[in-house]
Design a protein. Structure first.
Length: 231
C-alpha cells in the first residue's frame, strides 16, 4: 500500500495541495479563484520541502478529477500530468464530491453525506456517499449534473450531512429531500481529504499512467461546445 502520495486540486475556487507520508499529512490550502496557475506549483514545492522529499521519491500523484469548474479541472489535471510525467509517477483521480464527504467526516464525523457543487446554468453537481468500516466510501447516489429540483434521492432515514456550495446556492434544496439533514460546514474540496480516497484507490490497483489520467466533467457536451471552433 502506498505510503507517499501527493494530491493537487484546482477544480473549484479553492486551490489545495497535500502530501501523505506514512500517517503524516502536510497540507496547503488557499481560496484563489483566478490564481490557480500561479499558486499550485509553489504549494507543491512547499509541501515537498517540508517533508524533505523529491517528487520522484513518491509512490503516486492524486488529482481532483472533478466535477467542478471546467477551467479549474483542466488546470488541475494538466499540472498533475506534467508533474507525474516528469517523475514517472502513476496517477489516481479523486472525485471532488467524494472528497467533500471525507472532509465532512474529518470535521463532523459524518458517515452519510450528500455533496453538491453549484454548476451554474441553474444546475448542480451532486453525489451521495456512505462511509465504510475500512474508511473508504460507497457511492449511494451516482454523481450527476441536474437541476436542483430533480435531486430527490431515495435514501435510508437517519442522520445525513450536506456539503458543498449547491446547498447555499439553492436554499430550498434541503427541504425537498424529506430527510433529517445537518450542515457539515464544508463548502469546497481539499486535497488532504483526497489523499484518504486516493490511498484506498491506489491499494485497489486503480492508479493509471499519466497519459491515461482523465477528468470527469459530468457536463462534457456543454463544455465542449463552449470551446472556440466547436459546434
Amino acid at each position: 500500500m502506498a505510503s507517499k502520495i501527493l494530491a493537487v486540486d484546482t477544480a473549484t475556487e479553492n486551490c489545495s495541495v497535500a502530501l501523505k507520508v506514512g500517517n503524516e499529512i502536510i497540507a496547503r490550502c488557499e481560496m484563489a479563484p483566478r490564481e490557480h496557475t500561479t499558486k499550485i506549483l509553489p504549494m507543491v514545492d512547499s509541501v515537498l520541502a517540508e517533508a524533505g522529499l523529491k517528487l520522484n521519491q513518491l509512490d503516486a500523484l492524486a488529482f481532483g478529477r472533478g466535477p467542478g469548474s471546467f477551467t479549474g479541472v483542466r488546470i488541475g489535471i494538466g499540472i498533475a500530468q506534467g508533474l507525474a510525467f516528469g517523475a514517472d509517477l502513476p496517477m489516481v483521480g479523486v472525485s471532488t464530491l467524494a472528497a467533500m464527504a471525507e472532509q465532512a467526516h474529518r470535521k463532523q464525523q459524518a458517515t452519510h453525506v450528500l455533496s453538491t457543487i453549484d454548476a451554474r446554468m441553474n444546475e448542480i453537481y451532486a453525489g451521495g456517499y456512505v462511509r465504510l468500516e475500512n474508511g473508504d466510501w460507497e457511492t449511494v447516489v451516482e454523481e450527476a449534473v441536474l437541476p436542483p429540483e430533480m435531486l430527490k434521492p431515495e435514501l435510508a432515514k437517519g442522520e445525513w450531512f450536506v456539503a458543498g456550495t449547491g446547498w447555499q446556492a439553492y436554499p430550498d434544496l434541503q427541504g425537498q429531500l424529506h430527510l433529517s439533514v445537518s450542515d457539515s460546514g464544508v463548502l469546497y474540496p481539499e486535497s488532504q481529504d483526497m489523499l484518504i480516497l486516493a490511498h484506498h484507490a491506489f491499494a485497489r490497483g486503480e492508479a493509471v499512467d499519466a497519459e491515461h489520467a482523465s477528468p470527469v466533467y459530468l457536463r462534457d457536451t456543454v463544455a465542449w461546445k463552449k470551446l472556440p471552433g466547436r459546434e
